[in-house]
Design a binder for this molecule. Structure first.
Ligand code: HEC
Length: 193
């Protein structure tokens, strides 16, 4: 009985003891390196603790004075009238060498602001499609910029259009639907064709 108890005790594993196993040097170096890098990153990017606040470079807020007519054209008009202003024969009239474009600046503004429908002759071809209005989508400044762009691109050599002209055309014809070529001629004096 007693022997058996001793035998059982002898077979027991020794109590585990806490060993002395230091964190490997490489890990310590890595952690130290990360702390240094992180602190350096914060200091370099915020100026902390020398300068308070956020020293990131502010993104330029959209400045309307630099609206690019070319950008407006490429985003808004080129899908139909094409990047080179050539249009697509039979579907979309050209803006290059178009008397509607280089004639009265107010006519171009009106077409872009309110749209156009019915027959219109451009470069000897008659088109009878429909152009949507862009008055709700483009600001007066953007309409002035794109009108100026089409009047001075692809060989067109007509004067620039200012924002005041757009403002007055739009307030004179506020809320109207698409123009027809005849209505444009009556209101603004378009090409005779
Ligand atoms: C969805 C296609 C479409 C888009 C986008 C479009 N147009 Fe037009 N545009 C037309 C069509 C179609 C006509 C001819 C309408 C007709 O037959 O009555 C036209 C006619 C014109 C005309 C008079 C005819 C000419 O060729 O000179 C001008 C000027 C014009 N568009 C300028 C613009 C400008 C500037 C933009 C961009 C702000 C623009 N268009 C965007 C389809 C479009």
């Amino acid at each position: 009985m007693t022997d058996n108890d001793d035998g059982a005790q002898r077979r027991e594993q020794p109590e585990p003891t806490e060993g002395d196993r230091p964190v490997p040097r490489a890990v310590l170096l890595l952690v130290a390196g990360l702390v240094v890098w992180g602190t350096g990153y914060i200091v370099a990017h915020t100026g902390w603790p020398l300068a308070g606040g956020d020293s990131r470079t502010p993104v330029a807020v959209a400045d309307n004075s630099s609206v690019s007519g070319e950008t407006v054209y490429n985003n808004t008009c080129a899908a139909c009238h094409q990047a080179g202003g050539t249009g697509i024969p039979g579907s979309f009239p050209p803006l290059a060498d178009s008397d509607w474009v280089t004639g009265e600046p107010t006519a171009v503004v009106a077409i872009v602001s309110h749209g156009l429908q019915g027959d219109i002759e451009v470069g000897g071809e008659t088109y009878s499609g429909a152009m949507p209005a862009f008055g709700g989508q483009l600001s007066n400044r953007e309409i002035a910029a794109v009108a100026s762009y089409v009047r001075s691109s692809w060989g067109n050599e007509a004067s620039a259009v200012d924002t005041e002209t757009v403002e007055s055309v739009r307030s004179d014809h506020d809320g109207r639907g698409p123009w027809t070529a005849d209505e444009l001629r009556t209101a603004f004096g378009g090409p005779d064709t």
